[in-house]
Write a protein that binds this ligand. Structure first.
Ligand SMILES: C[S@@+](CC[C@H](N)C(=O)[O-])C[C@H]1O[C@@H](n2cnc3c(N)ncnc32)[C@H](O)[C@@H]1O
Length: 274
């Protein structure tokens, strides 16, 4: 995308790189500006695996979503959804279950700008600009979009919480508490586990100019995000290792055969009756 003011959606400062657009660049998308490309290229120069990390993460999201649909989930909230790319959550879910309702939430207004155009004819998919640190705002927007919190929901927090610094345990408790029995939570999060500390700091540094920065959590801290919901097999593992078996009709975009650093850990849980 050019940085020409005429083509830049309102509310976007193109001089500041943003995680949504850096990630879009990693995935080969075109919805990014010079500052995003610079940050992404700096990341790739230090960490050539960065695009693969993004692809493996995306593949995990798709397998997790397919698992939820298979188990009957028909309402989805994707927090920190990112820019729409091919085979987004609504396509995966509505292909199998056309009545699936999907709400995409992201704090980068570019997601709404692009999503609204793409989804103009889709009556069961909504894009909202909101910050996940405001759970009540998120719940209100979801209800306005037709989400019924009395029924099971698939909540996705994929590669987003590492953009939220500090203690997120209270925030996670608020989200988990709102979900009905039978709901699912899919989450992925970057960790510096297994990395040389200097290299880990260098990797995080590539996000230094973004509004929130990048914040690692340990495997234990990531597992704790699921609270007492029932963590499904195989537990919290590298994205590429979460139920890696091919799913019919679900193309994979990453080479999931080898590990990457920094590693993104992923897990999926279910909210069973107490
Ligand atoms: C790395 S992208 C992940 C996109 C998608 N979930 C995926 O995994 O393919 C992270 C996304 O989270 C969004 N984000 C970061 N902080 C957020 C916040 N506090 N509230 C809502 N969205 C946020 C960014 O704008 C970006 O689109």
């Amino acid at each position: 995308m050019t940085d020409d003011a005429a083509t830049v959606p309102a509310g976007i400062d193109t001089t500041v790189p943003h995680p949504a657009r850096i990630y879009d660049f990693f995935l080969g998308g075109k919805d990014n500006f010079a500052s995003d490309r610079q940050a992404a290229e700096a990341a790739i120069a230090g960490f050539p695996d960065a695009p693969l990390v993004a692809r493996q993460n995306r593949d995990f999201m798709r397998r997790a979503a397919a698992a939820m649909v298979k188990e009957g989930i028909r309402q989805f909230i994707d927090l920190g959804s990112g820019l729409p790319t091919n085979d987004n959550l609504h396509q995966i879910t509505q292909r199998t279950a056309p009545d699936s309702r999907v709400v995409y939430i992201d704090n980068d207004p570019i997601v709404l700008a692009h999503g609204s155009a793409l989804l103009a004819d889709n009556k069961t998919t909504t894009v909202v600009t909101a910050d996940l640190r405001d759970p009540q705002g998120v719940f209100d927007a979801c209800e306005a979009a037709g989400i019924d919190f009395e029924q099971p929901v698939g909540l996705l927090m994929i590669a987003v919480l590492h953009f939220v610094p500090g203690d997120v345990s209270g925030l996670m408790h608020t989200y988990r508490s709102r979900l009905a029995t039978g709901s699912w939570l899919a989450l992925s999060h970057v960790t510096a586990d297994g990395m040389d500390p200097e290299r880990a700091e260098q990797a995080a540094g590539t996000y230094a100019r973004t509004p929130s920065g990048l914040h690692y959590r340990t495997p234990e801290e990531i597992q704790a995000l699921f609270g007492d919901s029932h963590l499904l097999e195989p537990g919290v593992v590298a994205t590429r290792l979460w139920r890696p078996e091919a799913v019919e009709g679900l193309p994979q975009i990453g080479d999931n055969s080898r590990p990457t650093y920094p590693m993104v850990l992923a897990g999926v849980s279910r909210f069973d009756a107490a």
